[in-house]
Design a protein around this ligand. Structure first.
Ligand SMILES: Nc1nc2c(ncn2[C@@H]2O[C@H](COP(=O)(O)OP(=O)(O)OP(=O)(O)O)[C@@H](O)[C@H]2O)c(=O)[nH]1
Ligand SMILES: [Mg+2]
Length: 306
């Protein structure tokens, strides 16, 4: 999907123009998708306070006067329990292939654990240029950062270590300039106005899933997926969307619908507002909740989603 309107930049001269691929990896909830959205100034990847929000790799393309950075937002690295999670981890490994630079995002407000060690071991195996980004510095006292930096520096030869707050946009300008310095020279890979590889239909489904995640808790966020079944642009003033929300159990369906349909209504109101601002048009959104037992282990169903 591209921006509807953007000032142009001259593509006639690419000497000194930097261009390359940068993968954002890290544990669930470390802030990868927040970082991507803030770097682009566009919401291409949904965000929630629940781990395992991102399920596919999502490209975010930043066209800067000095270069074009093609970021990949990836699912958080975790131990897979279901076929869905195995696929999520495979997409993380795929993102390491052919990348010029890795950004390892770490939540500086949480203690180092075995999951973090697993990620460091992965880096040590691959030997790719990696920036360590200590995120969420708005939540931590400055004195805690130095020992954290020292401890990570001893675990892997990071090319750069940068404390940031993705949410507050702290140090993001500095980060962009360090990335551009690291990338090879070359022409852009994508047209300047394009900011993601994803189509509107995918982004719309993700917005609905985000609103389900934000309004539910416990197992429900993990057990939910969304499929857009109708995307009708034939009418001049309104886009008609039908959307299936899949859960695994009848009891979960009851929760998503809520008493007198209140929960589903709220999800619809929040989703429609975001979809209208994404598409720049009025939207008629119809939501259906369906039960699909064990869909997270159903390979054919998972194929139909991607
Ligand atoms: N305080 C603070 N919160 C942040 C920051 N960056 C992200 N968050 C919050 O952290 C939570 C997780 O953010 P996401 O961007 O969804 O994290 P993620 O790494 O993409 O998570 P997965 O897709 O599950 O792997 C959200 O509630 C964000 O608002 C930050 O710099 N400061
Ligand atoms: Mg994410």
């Amino acid at each position: 999907m591209g921006r509807r309107c953007l000032p142009g930049f001259s593509q006639s001269k690419f000497s000194m123009f930097k261009s390359g691929f940068v993968s954002i990896i890290g544990r669930p909830n470390s802030g990868k998708s927040t970082l991507l959205n803030q770097l682009l100034g566009e919401k291409v990847s949904i965000v929630s306070d629940k781990p395992q929000t991102t399920r596919q790799n999502i490209l975010g393309i930043l066209s800067h006067k000095e270069g074009q950075i093609v970021f990949t937002d990836t699912p958080g690295i975790h131990k897979p329990g279901y076929e869905l999670n195995r696929r999520m981890m495979q997409t993380v490994y795929n993102s390491l292939e052919g990348t010029d630079l890795l950004l390892l995002l770490v939540d500086a407000s949480t203690a180092f654990g075995s999951g973090d060690q697993y990620v460091v071991d992965l880096l040590n195996e691959r030997g790719l240029h990696t920036f360590l980004l200590l995120n969420k510095i708005d939540l931590v006292r400055k004195e805690t950062l130095l020992p954290l930096i020292a401890s990570y520096a001893g675990k892997h030869p990071f090319t750069e270590i940068v404390p940031i707050s993705a949410l507050k946009k702290d140090n993001l300008e500095l980060l962009i300039s360090l990335i551009l310095k690291q990338l090879p020279e070359g022409p852009p890979h994508f047209p300047e106005e394009q900011f993601t590889d994803k189509h509107e239909r995918f982004l719309v489904g993700e917005i609905v899933r985000e609103k389900v995640l934000l309004n539910t808790r416990d197992e429900l966020p993990y057990s939910t997926t969304v499929l857009i079944t109708r995307f009708d642009e034939s009418q001049p003033d309104v886009i008609v969307l039908n959307c299936d929300i899949f859960v695994e159990k009848e009891s979960q369906k009851k929760i998503v619908i809520g008493g007198q349909g209140q929960m589903l209504k709220q999800i619809g109101i929040e989703a429609r507002a975001d979809i209208e601002s994404l598409l720049g048009k009025r939207v008629y959104l119809e939501l259906y909740v369906r039960v699909k037992p064990k869909w997270r282990d159903d390979a054919r169903f998972l194929d139909s989603l991607s």
